[in-house]
Design a binder for this molecule. Structure first.
Ligand SMILES: Nc1ncnc2c1ncn2[C@@H]1O[C@H](COP(=O)(O)OP(=O)(O)OP(=O)(O)O)[C@@H](O)[C@H]1O
Ligand SMILES: [Mg+2]
Length: 375
């Protein structure tokens, strides 16, 4: 068991900065997800922790031991870091049986044969692979192969697991199943795990905490609730959740009745505490980005708190996507477009005008330009 700590880590490939000033603390036994779009530096970060890549600047600690610090000329090779990495393309040895594939890292380390046998069988039992131990990888399904790759990492009992999109090769259904299994397994073993994905659903469902990255930079780190309910900026608000948060240009105006988000076509009244923050930050009279999630815009027929003129708007139904359990509804009001998620019972049809209610408790305001969250 171990903590992993990155302190102001940079990775430069020539002129290109792949990871920029990254500080990250992974707690003992924690399941941390590194989430971000393709090319944002996730794999590079994992490879630096594994020791497959040297940082350009900064320090990496595993279990309080400094394993990389180019400033001091310190670089502990991968073998001595006691981490196990599961790669996206988990190449199993095709000519070896499942048993031998799992046993391989122990054989390399010259573990006694009896001990190997005990540990391989233990891991196989845990992963439901006991009956497949004599098979070759080509005789297994994708999910079974994935479990062999995990077995190969687990059998070593490393201090840290590093997993780089280990489920991305599986079909959607199997991915959902393996997601839960992997999480359960990590709980059982209690091994500190850093898990890379670009899939926000995977991140939300699996992570104790999520570190959201973009273009080499950490955007926010927090629990799934933190990043969903209190996104630090427009990037996080737009990346987490599906469909993404609606962003609408708005002016903040104040009159004798309160502080409003004015969209031209309609306006919405901020709650008292929101109004206070906007006044404090001198945003009254300014242009901002108003953000609200599709699930926080209701069909007025199903809304609890309806206050005409304060949290309601008239909108035109452009498109309805029926997902069975819910409906994704694309709406417009003048030249403002937004998306709402309605319950299956909603009877809205395309081409209709409806009243929608904005749940102002859930509204966000972001600074124009920086995209930083005000609330
Ligand atoms: N050895 C290298 N030389 C030059 N550039 C590299 C090298 N390795 C990675 N990069 C660049 O660094 C950036 C980050 O790469 P990285 O593989 O870490 O992204 P990622 O977040 O894992 O993306 P993906 O989700 O597509 O796997 C990319 O723009 C990539 O092209
Ligand atoms: Mg990658």
């Amino acid at each position: 068991m171990a903590e992993v700590r990155l302190v102001r880590v940079w990775k430069q490939f020539g002129d290109f900065t792949a990871v920029k000033d990254l500080t990250l603390e992974v707690k003992d036994g924690e399941f941390l997800v590194l989430l971000g779009p393709s090319g944002c530096g996730k794999t590079t970060t994992l490879r630096m922790i594994a020791g497959l890549e040297e940082p350009t600047k900064g320090q990496i600690y595993i279990d309080d031991k400094l394993v990389a610090d180019p400033g001091k000329g310190i670089f502990v090779p991968p073998k001595e870091r006691d981490v196990a990495m599961v790669f996206q393309s988990y190449a199993l040895y095709p000519h070896m049986t499942v048993y031998d594939n799992i046993a391989f890292p122990l054989k390399l380390r010259k573990v006694p044969k009896q001990e190997i046998d005990k540990r391989v069988r233990e891991v196989a039992e845990m992963l439901g692979l006991t009956e497949f131990l004599h098979r070759k990888p080509r005789e297994l399904s994708g999910g079974q192969r994935q479990r062999v790759a995990l077995g190969r990492a687990i059998v070593r009992r490393p201090k840290v697991f590093l997993m780089d999109e280990p489920l991305s090769n599986l079909d959607a259904k199997l991915r959902v199943k393996m997601r839960a299994e992997l999480k359960k397994l990590q709980r059982q073993l209690g091994v500190t795990t850093i898990y890379v994905t670009h899939d926000q659903v995977e991140a939300m469902t699996m992570g104790d905490r999520i570190a959201v990255m973009n273009a080499g930079e950490l955007q926010q780190i927090g629990t799934p609730e933190d990043v969903y309910e209190r996104p630090a900026n427009t990037f996080v608000a737009g990346f987490i959740g599906s469909p993404p948060t609606n962003f609408m240009d708005s002016s903040v105006v104040e009159d004798e009745n309160g502080v409003w988000a004015d969209f031209g076509e309609f306006r919405l009244k901020f709650l008292d505490d929101q109004a206070e923050v906007l006044r404090e930050k001198n945003l009254v009279g300014k242009e901002v980005i108003f953000g609200i999630r599709p699930e926080d815009i209701y069909d007025a027929l199903f809304a609890q708190v309806k206050i005409p003129g304060e949290n309601m708007a008239r909108a035109f139904v452009e498109i309805v996507e029926n997902l069975g359990g819910e409906k994704i509804v694309h709406l417009s009001a003048g030249d403002i477009n937004f998306t709402a998620k309605f319950p299956a019972e909603s009877r809205v049809v395309e081409g209709q005008e409806i009243d929608v209610v904005f749940d102002m408790k859930k509204a966000h305001v972001f600074e124009k330009g920086s995209g930083k969250a005000v609330f």
